[in-house]
Design a protein around this ligand. Structure first.
Ligand code: SAM
Length: 288
């Protein structure tokens, strides 16, 4: 059987049985909503990209549904960080079924460095715990140097967060996360997953987002300056830019030079417009 709740042909027991054997009742405090449907975990794994030629960093494997799919679909190696020690025996069974291809780190993904265990090219895949998902994404999108350690990220979010990542100017969802993601990645919603697919079912629909990193940012800009300009603009997103950007000094002059009407609001400005503005701010600051 290869469908919902089946064993997936890897000789391992069905996930529902794994949960029962190891007493893995889901804990809300750890953002635990498990996926048992092998059709879905397989679909997520196949969206990751070239698995056979990559190491995969997985965050929050839990009982290992997605982990098993990544391995069945041919991942060269999976390094998985899991905070809940109760899941380790179930993950050890998977490691035994795929010798040398799964390493599990017990710990908090926000505090552990998995890089010594990974060989490039590296892809990130996760059904992320909602409580840490956005923080991890922002960290992965803002490394000290670009390109980052990863080639792509295939991540599950609440649909509302997924929509913020891929949003275009003019939409309510457009904001700092959209600009951060789209400046240096191609970001797409791959597909949605209904709440009923999870155990327990969360209150909202989820979506899988796939981000492919670009070798260079889409438009040139200094990361710190761009981040400051975008933070100011969206810090008061209902205000006109001439007001929200006042802390920059010379806001109206800068906006005019960038070809952006001073009466526009942040959500009307394109990524290219923000990058132009950031370059002008950096040039002005350098000449002071
Ligand atoms: N990947 C599994 C699946 O798809 O069924 C479980 C996904 S569940 C939404 C999130 C998982 O992340 C849980 O196993 C939880 O224990 C783990 N987790 C929560 N916070 C974490 C953290 N800070 N670091 C690492 N894992 C964490």
């Amino acid at each position: 059987m290869s469908g919902a709740g089946g064993s997936g042909g890897d000789g391992l027991p069905p996930l529902r049985e794994v949960i029962a054997t190891h007493g893995l009742a889901a804990r809300k405090s750890l953002g635990q909503n498990f996926l048992f449907d092998l059709n879905l975990t397989g679909r997520i794994a196949r969206r990751v990209g070239d698995l056979a030629g990559s190491d995969v960093l997985e965050i929050g494997p839990g009982p290992g549904g997605l982990t098993r799919a990544l391995l069945t679909e041919g991942a060269r190696k999976v390094v998985a960080i899991e905070r809940d020690a109760r899941c380790l025996p179930a993950l050890a069974e998977i490691a035994a079924a795929y010798p040398g291809r799964l390493e599990v780190i017990e710990g908090d993904a926000l505090g552990v460095d998995p890089l010594p265990l990974l060989t490039p090219p590296i892809r990130i895949a996760a059904n992320l715990p909602y409580n840490v998902g956005t923080e991890l994404l922002v960290r992965w999108l803002t490394p000290a140097v670009w390109p980052p350690f990863w080639e792509s990220m295939t991540l599950m979010f609440q649909r509302e967060v997924a929509e913020r990542i891929v949003a275009a100017p003019g939409s309510k969802a457009y904001g700092r996360l959209s600009l951060l993601a789209q400046w240096r990645c191609n970001a797409r919603i791959a597909f949605e997953i209904p709440a009923r697919a999870f155990t327990p079912a969360p209150k909202v629909t989820s979506a899988v987002v796939h981000l492919e990193r670009l070798a260079e940012p889409r438009f040139p800009a200094d990361a710190a300056v761009l981040s400051r300009v975008v933070a100011l603009a969206f810090g008061q997103r209902r205000k006109m830019l001439r007001a929200s950007l006042r802390p920059l000094g010379d806001a109206e002059t800068l906006l005019a030079a960038a070809g952006i009407p001073a009466t526009e609001r942040a959500e009307q400005v394109s990524l290219e417009g923000f990058c132009r503005l950031a370059r002008l701010v950096a040039e002005r600051d350098a000449s002071r």
